[in-house]
Design a protein around this ligand. Structure first.
Ligand code: HEC
Ligand code: HEC
Length: 322
């Protein structure tokens, strides 16, 4: 998080909004104080952005929207995501007006995350995990937007997806959504602890662990009967382990501390290191989280109902040494 905590000029963020939005933003941000001192305002904005930077890390946005392999600029997109339906290329989400999302209004951004709908009304492919982000609280989306407004822009042009022919029609996404997508903000479970609820929120609304650790049906939706029980053919064709509390095929014998250690450093209880896609998830995202938040994720993960589901480590470039 170093380097992100400097004060950010108020003008810079407000300039990302139209005058009407600016007024709305001012009410939202400063509505409780009738005449906030200028210093307080810039401190609030800095705080908001710092939170946005944190949400961005926790939500894996950097991992997907940065083409690290080709040394691409952060959030300028272009990372190839291989799926059974073809290869998707993540778009540029910097605030470049022509090639990024610089011409969007905050409302467009919220709609994309909450409903998977683009400004022109078409539906996104669920490879953009709005199926998880729909659960995100408005404050967190707002912080994200404020932070994105401060990221250096890139004029990288979007790469068209290379998909099997029948997937080229975005209307299919709308049908898919009717079948499998339910928008809605995360609802805490009052019977559980604060930490557990924070962990559930981080795992399901932000870090989208289930998007990889839950297997998919042939229609591409998550098979929730096997929630978190691992997938033989996950993203990039990698096998993704079972992380339910099953002792034999899951991680039921890991302690809370072991889970935290793995999520922050990728160190496995047997001394081996995480491989494959999980390395990116950790290095670009989870490693930036506070110990408290990682413990919260562990508290939540440890209560996942045990599902016996053996994932054999065949194919992919998974480290078979463990
Ligand atoms: C698993 C990879 C992945 C993750 C994680 C991810 N995205 Fe994306 N995102 C995509 C892909 C792929 C698309 C393009 C979808 C399409 O073309 O329908 C996309 C589209 C978008 C768009 C629409 C851009 C446009 O030009 O229409 C925005 C905005 C966006 N993502 C923001 C985010 C934010 C913010 C996060 C983190 C909260 C995030 N994404 C996390 C892969 C990802
Ligand atoms: C982009 C896909 C992806 C996402 C998102 C993801 N994981 Fe993983 N995870 C993997 C893969 C692939 C592995 C196997 C790593 C290896 O081969 O070493 C893994 C391994 C693990 C392991 C080690 C299990 C074992 O038996 O070795 C744990 C624990 C884990 N993930 C927890 C999580 C949690 C918690 C989240 C969300 C905060 C998460 N993962 C998000 C893909 C993902």
């Amino acid at each position: 998080m170093q380097g992100l905590s400097q004060k950010i000029p108020r003008q810079e963020i407000l300039s990302a909004f139209t005058p009407r939005r600016r007024a709305w933003l001012a009410v939202l941000l400063f509505g409780w104080a009738s005449t906030p001192a200028a210093a307080d305002v810039s401190a609030d904005l800095a705080q908001l952005r710092q939170r946005g930077a944190y949400v961005l890390r926790a939500s894996g946005c950097v991992t997907c929207h940065t083409d690290e392999e080709n040394k691409g600029q952060q959030l300028a997109g272009g990372r190839a995501l291989k799926t059974p339906f073809g290869t998707f290329y993540s778009p540029n989400i910097t605030f470049d007006r022509e090639h990024g999302i610089g011409a969007w209004q905050a409302q467009d951004f919220f709609r994309a995350l909450r409903h998977g709908v683009a400004p022109n009304g078409s539906s996104y492919y669920p490879v953009f995990p709005y199926t998880s982000y729909t659960h995100m609280r408005r404050e967190d989306m707002f912080a994200l937007w404020a932070y994105l407004a401060s990221v250096p822009t890139s004029a990288r042009e979007n790469t068209p997806h290379e998909l099997v022919w029948y997937m080229n029609f975005r209307i299919a996404n709308r049908i898919w959504k009717l079948l499998f997508f339910e928008p809605g903000v995360f609802q805490p479970d009052q019977k559980r602890s604060k930490s557990w609820n924070r962990g559930a929120y981080l795992s399901n609304a932000m870090a989208n662990c289930g998007e990889c650790h839950t297997p998919r049906t042939s229609l591409g939706n998550l098979d929730n009967d096997l929630a978190y029980a691992g997938a033989k053919n996950g993203p990039e064709g990698e096998s993704v382990p079972n992380i339910t509390s099953d002792k034999k095929t899951g991680i039921g014998d890991w302690s809370r501390a072991e889970i935290v250690e793995y999520l922050s450093e990728g160190l496995l209880p047997d001394g081996d290191y995480a491989g494959g896609l999980m390395t990116d998830v950790i290095d670009d995202g989870l490693a930036y989280l506070t110990q408290e938040d990682l413990q919260a994720i562990a508290d939540y993960i440890m209560t996942l109902p045990a599902i016996r589901h053996e994932i054999t480590d065949d194919g992919g470039d998974n480290d078979g040494g463990g």
